[in-house]
Design a binder for this molecule. Sequence first.
Ligand SMILES: Cc1ncc(COP(=O)(O)O)c(C=O)c1O
Length: 413
Amino acid sequence: MSEHPPNDEIYLDNHASTAVDPRVIEAMLPLMRSEYANAGSITHEPGRRIAAMIQECKEQMLSLLGANGGQLVLTSGATESINLALFGVALHPRQKRRRILVGKLEHRAVLDCAKKLARQGFLVQSLEPITHDHSDPSVSGRPFHIGRIDIDAFKEAIDDEVCLVSILLGNNEIGTLQDMRSVADLCRAHGAILHLDATQAVGKVPLGELSLQADLVSFSAHKFYGPKGVGGLLMTDPDLMLTPLIVGGGQQNNLRSGTLNTSGIVGMARALAIASESLESEMPRVYSLRDQLWQELRSSIPGLRLNGPAWNKDFPTDPKELYGLPGNLNVQFPGVDGQSLMLKVPGLAVSSGSACTAAEPHPSHVLTGIGLSQDQARCSLRFGIGRFNTSEQIDQAAKKLTWAYSQLIQFVA
Ligand SMILES: Cc1ncc(COP(=O)(O)O)c(C=O)c1O
């Protein structure tokens, strides 16, 4: 197998996974070559060395996430972190509350946990999203953006019986970034635990105090140029009571048993450090590549429509004005099915409207959730632009898609 992808391949599916940054690979290699002891083997020097290294990584990640003093549970990725957050809170023996609120546009990992909890007797309520943009605050009292939780509906839904609220920061299909402050304030006022699925946001946008506003934050290293199979659940309050999902050797304060994935953890910490250092320059670069793709496609395909929050051409100076993930673009190609378009441009790695699970035949619940018809959802493609994409690749991708579209539209009556 070749070490590099074929030259004519263009990878624009960075929401699904990212390339491992070569600097991350360098950091991981010693853990496989020489520092291979078990982090639990503190009876000998190699084990103590690796245990200290993991502790250092944890502290570094907590600090980079703006959560010094919190606790970080190391997991196999965001799916496990989300499971631990939702089941861990809801099924704790001291938990007496029986209501759970989850965003309607959440990732399947959250939705399926919520469904399972509903089968176990919890009352699960889905939170409606806003389905259109409006930037004029004089109309609604505040600007609003496609995909954000409707705060008025949220106010109606939350009460003192809610044990858990789970919200997606950085939608994996349409990119919407939530207005976390309003959600967090309401959760705090009602004593509900707030879980944030920040899988697409960590390393992509400044979290700053955002993560501190939540009680639990889930993420996966492979979404920010780290390795697959490793992630974390940040607990901003280290004393929050969670029931473990995985029991066994009692590692990680009994919250997640099992031998630690040491090379993965070191890689994840390095990836997070690189992402934090490069965020300031990477965000506007990726943002402008996304704009380039949109402008090039729009100028050659009549009637192309944007799915998700709009953006201004210039990268905002105030992070509060960033309404979507900088590298996300989700568009509707009028009259042409997304899957057919993908088949026509085999060298281009993107995702169709029925993403994230390619095996899932139904149109995306996110796209239909913001008001698209099933047909419109099927005519949509998601582009995820990332660190290693170039302006030439974007130009090539736009040209290939325009050509494929012009071929396919001829057959539409
Ligand atoms: C928003 C979101 N949450 C959770 C996950 C699950 O992450 P993982 O597959 O790394 O467990 C993903 C993966 O696509 C995601 O985009």
